[in-house]
Each structure stands twice: as structure tokens, then as C-alpha cells.
Design a protein around this ligand. Structure first.
Ligand SMILES: *[C@@H]1O[C@H](CO)[C@@H](O)[C@H](O)[C@H]1NC(C)=O
Length: 476
């Protein structure tokens, strides 16, 4: 599908834009380039649909979401191929994303039936208080390219379960997964206008984002992407006081204490650093390794990288590292490496562009990294693992916390008291203790500080789309 999906219909736009395969640079297709009028029309369609969708029984909403989930599972092979084609990630990871993505629809089909209110006994006589939970209205959903499917269902599953309707603006690099989801939503019987998609090119993204986030008919903005863009959307939200969920950048520390099991730490480091070639917001950005275990960790990490990582086209069997999304992303990794090396870091492995193609970079390990280097305080979003050596627990926590963002954090330790202390002290929204992959539909995903607002997935995720209404029932 290449057209926009609004009010249950496939609609062309005045113009189209090309979507590229990041591995080869080939054009995958031309997609409707929606502008402000199309975005407004989608909001209107979503608003009209909201008036009836909020009245649909929770059981019915639940069963429609479940059907959508079933259709994703029936088409999981094709959905995975789309993800690999447009994002470049290895097919195995794309298959894992489809499953993860579908599970949000399943999870929220279940949560739809568990929206509870409260009864309160106030101090005033002859009164009872009720707390109702009501859907917010239309949600503008703006999603990134690194998880073209899962970042949509994580928001949309919760929104639809709550009784909200949505307008999705997918990233310009990866609109096909969003459109495939529209096709399946339609087949599942989700009513027209409940799930709308307006793809647009990079040059229109700003005005379309603004139109969606300032429209008076939109009640909620849910965004996953960079902290810089998140701040712009928060300004838009302020003007009309919209509810917001923001899942923004991170700078995940990965701490290995002397007490750690080094082999477990190496496995976790590989998984958390190199998933999607380092292009996830929960990827470890900084490895902090205690002096007693440092040399053994670096040596084993390098060996494991050599043994397990294979750069190539995502469709080739055995590939674990696909391309980065575009050349700008490659330039950023390159800059982080050269900055670190110029300030005294040692290249243990990799360190340069990969011969496979212009968007590919070698999995890279740096040691002797210090706090003043770019890679220690800026999100790299690529296959670069910089190792900083530390001596004490206090020092590690201080380095980990010395940033304005706080999404995920990981640490390896076999000391129960240390585990408890450090888990509490890390200023992040999610902690992996002796575990490098922590995302799961049952658990709350989100950050603190400038990494965002709100939580997605879990039993908390649905609250982001519900309003609390207090009803004071007097005269008793
Ligand atoms: C994070 O670390 C800093 C420096 O050690 C410390 O001042 C701060 O209290 C820590 N945060 C928490 C939540 O403990």
C-alpha cells in the first residue's frame, strides 16, 4: 500500500515521495506525500469516528483488537519482510519486531476489559464520590523508523482499547509497515476513521507534525523520537494544553561491577548494544567497567563481537548487523569514533565504515574512553561500544547519572546489596539487572528526566489515553 488511509479509505495525495532501501539505496516505492490539508482531514475523520468508537462496548473493542492481532500473526512473514526492506534490520530482528508489535495488540485487547474506576467516601456527610475513566479523544501518534511497526501498536493498541481514535504519522523512512497495519486493521473490522495513517516526506514532516499537534480536535500527542523533536511537540501541546506521552532519547549506561559474571555481562552487552546495529533508544551507549574486571571484559567482549556479529544485507541469512538508516547516521558514528580517538581512546575493534556499502559501519569497540568524549555524553545510535574504566560504585553511579536523559540503564553484579542500591540510585525509567534486553509488553516502558513523559505497554500504558472524571454524588 502506498496511499494514505483516512476514514477507512485509501487516498492519494497531491504529491508522492520515494522510500529507499537503506542497504542498497534502491527506491522501494513512491508513497502519498500528505500535507496539512490531508492531516486536518484525517483528524476530522478520527474525531467523527471517536463519537461512535467510545460507545462501542469494551468487549467489542477487545475482540476487534484481538482480530487485528490474529491477522498480524497470519501475515507475520510479509510484515517482517517489509520491516527489513524499509529499515534494513536483519530479517530475524524484523520477525521478532512483528511478534513484539502484535503482542501489544493482544495485550491491549485484554487490558480493554480492565478499565476500572473507584468509589470514594468523602468526609462531607450525605455524599459519595465516583471516579470514572473516560477516553481522551483523538490521539496524534508520531513514530520513528527504528521500530516501524512496534512503536505504532504500542501506542495505538492502548489508545483504541481506551476508546480513543488515532492519526498516525509514520517516519518518512518507514511508512510501509504503518500502511500494512492499516490494511490489516481494515480487514479486522476496525471501523473507518478509528485508525488513520498520513505518511509524508521529510520536507513536509514539520508542518504536518505541527498541524496534528495544534489541531483543537486532537486531545493527545504520543511521540517516540529524538529529545529535540519531542521538545518542539511539547511546545505545540502547551498552546492548547494537550495530554502528552513522550518517549525520547537515552544514553543508557551499561555497568559491569567486579562482582559480575563476566560471560553473562558479555552476552548482555552484545544484545543490548548491537540490536538493530545500535539504533534503539535503549541500546547501551556507555560501558562503565570496574578496574578489577575491566581487562577480562574488554577481551571477551571483543572476541564475542568477532564471533557473533556479521555485517550484511538484512535479507541474507546469518546477517546480524544491517545498514544504518542513512548516511547522516553513519557520519555521526564516524564523528564519535574520531573524536574519541583524537582524545586518547584506543580502537580495540572496527572503527571505520564497512566495505559492504555506504550506510554500513563496522561494529566498533573502544577502550580508554573518558567522560569528556562525545560518545560518553551524546547518543550515538550506531554500532559503537565505548568502554570507560572506573574504580568505585559511587564513581560509576555518578557517571551514569551525569546526564540530562534517563531511559534505560543496565548493570551486572552478583552482590545483592549492591544490586538493590544501584537499581534505586540510577536515574533512569528502566533498569536491567544482569539482563541486556528488557522490553516486554507486560512491563512499563519509558524514561525520566529528558527521556520522556508517561509509560507505554503494561497495565499503566492505557492510562495515557484515559481521563479521570470525579463525580460528586450528593443529596444522599
Ligand atoms: C545519581 O548520582 C548522583 C551522583 O552520584 C547522585 O547525586 C544522585 O543522588 C543519584 N541519583 C539518585 C536518584 O540516587
Amino acid at each position: 500500500r502506498t496511499e494514505s488511509f483516512v476514514g477507512g479509505r485509501w487516498l492519494p495525495a497531491a504529491a508522492t515521495f520515494p522510500v529507499y532501501d537503506p542497504a542498497s539505496g534502491a527506491t522501494l516505492g513512491m508513497v502519498a506525500d500528505c500535507g496539512v490539508p490531508e492531516a486536518r482531514a484525517a483528524v476530522h475523520a478520527a474525531h467523527e469516528a471517536f463519537c461512535s468508537w467510545k460507545e462501542v462496548s469494551v468487549k467489542e473493542r477487545s475482540s476487534l483488537l484481538r482480530k487485528w492481532y490474529d491477522l498480524m500473526m497470519q501475515n507475520k512473514g510479509d510484515l517482517a519482510k517489509l520491516i527489513t526492506a524499509e529499515s534494513g534490520k536483519p530479517l530475524k530482528e524484523a520477525e521478532a519486531e512483528v511478534l513484539y508489535s502484535a503482542l501489544f495488540l493482544e495485550w491491549f485487547s485484554e487490558e480493554a476489559r480492565r478499565i476500572y474506576g473507584d468509589v470514594i467516601y468523602p468526609s462531607a456527610k450525605g455524599r459519595r464520590a465516583l471516579v470514572l475513566k473516560q477516553p481522551l479523544g483523538v490521539a496524534a501518534v508520531i513514530t520513528p523508523w527504528n521500530f516501524p511497526s512496534a512503536m505504532i501498536t504500542r501506542k495505538v493498541g492502548a489508545a483504541l482499547a481506551a476508546g480513543c481514535t488515532v492519526v498516525v504519522k509514520p517516519a518518512e523512512d518507514t511508512p510501509f509497515s504503518a500502511l500494512a497495519l492499516a490494511q490489516l486493521a481494515n480487514e479486522a473490522g476496525i471501523p473507518p476513521g478509528v485508525y488513520n495513517v498520513v505518511p509524508c516526506s521529510r520536507s513536509k514532516a514539520k508542518e504536518v507534525g505541527k498541524a496534528l499537534c495544534t489541531d483543537p480536535l486532537v486531545s493527545k500527542i504520543s511521540f517516540t523520537g529524538s529529545t529535540a523533536t519531542g521538545k518542539v511537540l511539547l511546545h505545540y501541546a502547551a498552546d492548547s494544553v494537550k495530554r502528552v506521552s513522550m518517549e525520547l532519547g537515552g544514553l543508557a549506561p551499561f555497568i559491569v561491577f567486579d562482582s559480575a559474571n563476566v560471560d553473562q555481562a558479555v552476552d548482555g552487552a552484545l544484545a543490548s548494544k548491537f540490536r538493530n546495529a545500535g539504533q534503539t533508544c535503549v541500546c547501551s551507549n556507555r560501558f562503565l567497567v570496574q578496574s578489577g574486571i575491566h581487562d577480562s571484559f574488554v577481551k571477551k567482549f571483543a572476541e564475542a563481537m568477532k564471533r557473533n556479529l556479521r555485517v550484511g544485507n538484512g535479507f541474507e541469512a546469518g546477517t546480524t548487523q544491517g545498514p544504518l538508516i542513512n548516511e547522516k547516521a553513519v557520519e555521526k558514528v564516524e564523528k564519535h569514533v574520531s573524536d574519541a580517538v583524537s582524545k586518547g581512546a584506543t580502537v580495540v575493534m572496527g572503527g571505520k565504515r564497512h566495505q559492504f556499502g555506504k550506510n554500513f559501519f563496522e561494529p566498533t569497540l573502544l577502550s580508554s574512553v573518558t567522560k569528556d568524549m562525545l560518545c560518553a555524553h551524546e547518543e550515538t545510535f550506531g554500532p559503537l561500544a565505548p568502554v570507560i574504566k572506573f574504580d568505585t560504585e559511587e564513581e560509576a553511579v555518578a557517571i551514569a547519572n551525569a546526564t540530562e536523559v534517563g531511559l534505560a540503564g543496565y548493570f551486572y553484579s552478583q552482590d545483592p546489596a549492591q544490586i538493590w542500591r544501584v537499581a534505586e540510585q540510577l536515574e533512569v525509567g528502566m533498569v536491567g539487572v544482569n539482563e541486556g534486553l528488557i522490553s516486554s509488553v507486560e512491563c512499563p516502558f519509558g524514561g525520566v528526566k529528558q527521556s520522556g513523559l508517561g509509560r507505554e505497554g503494561s497495565k499503566y500504558g492505557i492510562d495515557e489515553y484515559l481521563e479521570v472524571k470525579y463525580v460528586c454524588y450528593g443529596g444522599l
